[in-house]
Ligand binder design. Structure first.
Ligand code: NCD
Length: 299
């Protein structure tokens, strides 16, 4: 009924979302399921692709979309996020797409909601960004559908990355066995989350099918944890030479925003193996699939 996390999404559900996303890719305008529905977007953190692609997805399904201007909302007068959502839902808003810095905000809202509105997590804190993980998995599936055989490396600041956390759960639910987290020790999560941990970049990406690069989330770190960028780049940047360590047909992924010249070189980001813009393109179709799946149950 809501999309809060990927942890509890069964393989069967994820495959159903892939099929829906695929059909939207063939025909984006196939349904107006959300005609007469209103979706409110509440983004407490910056966003380009997630915000725009959710808006496009909702509009393609016929919804009206409202952007709540948080800077001029009553939150500036001390109203809580929950009261803001309850106030808007009293006006019969049908769905809320929410990005927030707290890990459990969307679940908290679901627990207190008084109307049947759908809650969709568009990125919460460091822990969950389910629509990104689903569009990433869908992109992998288009190239390499046999998840059980894949070796996938997630490289960089996985500890602070909600994209990494949601991807780990999603890929594990899809049956990926060789899932690796690669980065300096203080970027790796305290708990291995069922992944293999590597501080050695070369070993971590050796022979992989997919390399997912991450941005360093400086805004979520204590300043003492921010690495020296020259050292970080020397050890963990994906360049053309390092990419040769992975399989010849390995996919290069990045959820964006990219910090060019830090975690990835221009040549790799724009190269033959990069599917970064395909991820962005698929983001709209996967978000259409998510909206269709959640609202179909309601209508
Ligand atoms: C990410 C996010 O905001 O979690 N971006 C995204 O949604 N595509 C990753 C990031 O900010 O580095």
């Amino acid at each position: 009924m809501h999309l809060i996390d990927t942890k509890h999404l069964k393989k069967q559900t994820i495959l159903k979302l892939f099929a829906l996303a695929s059909s939207f890719k063939k025909n984006p305008w196939q349904t107006d399921l959300l005609k007469h529905k209103t979706i409110a977007m509440l983004f407490f953190e910056n966003s380009t692709r997630t915000r725009v692609s959710f808006e496009l997805a909702a509009k393609r399904l016929g919804a009206s979309v409202i952007h709540v201007d948080l800077a001029s909302s009553s939150m500036q007068k001390g109203e809580t996020v929950l009261d803001t959502v309850l106030t808007l839902s009293a006006m019969n808003i049908d769905g809320f797409i929410i990005r927030h810095q707290e890990d459990t905000l969307c679940q908290f809202i679901v627990d207190h909601l008084k109307t049947p509105a759908v809650i969709i997590n568009a990125g919460n804190g460091t822990q969950s960004h389910p629509s990104q993980a689903l569009l990433d998995a869908f992109t992998i599936h288009e190239h390499k559908p046999n998840f059980a055989e894949l070796s996938i490396a997630i490289v960089g600041d996985s500890q602070h990355s909600r994209v990494a956390h949601s991807n780990i759960h999603c890929l594990q639910n899809l049956g990926v066995k060789d899932l690796r987290l690669v980065g300096p020790q203080n970027f790796l999560p305290d708990n291995d989350l069922g992944c293999k941990l590597f501080t050695d970049f070369n070993k971590g990406i050796a022979n992989t099918d997919v390399i997912m690069m991450l941005r360093i989330q400086k805004e979520r770190m204590k300043s003492s944890d921010i690495p020296d960028m020259t050292e970080y780049t020397a050890s963990y940047q994906l360049n053309e030479t390092k990419l040769k360590l992975a399989k010849a047909d390995a996919l290069v992924m990045h959820p964006g925003p990219i910090n060019r010249g830090i975690e990835i070189t221009d040549a790799v980001a724009d190269g033959r193996q990069s599917v970064i813009l395909q991820q962005v393109q698929n983001g709209v179709f996967m978000r259409q699939a998510i909206l269709q799946w959640l609202f179909e149950k309601r209508i």
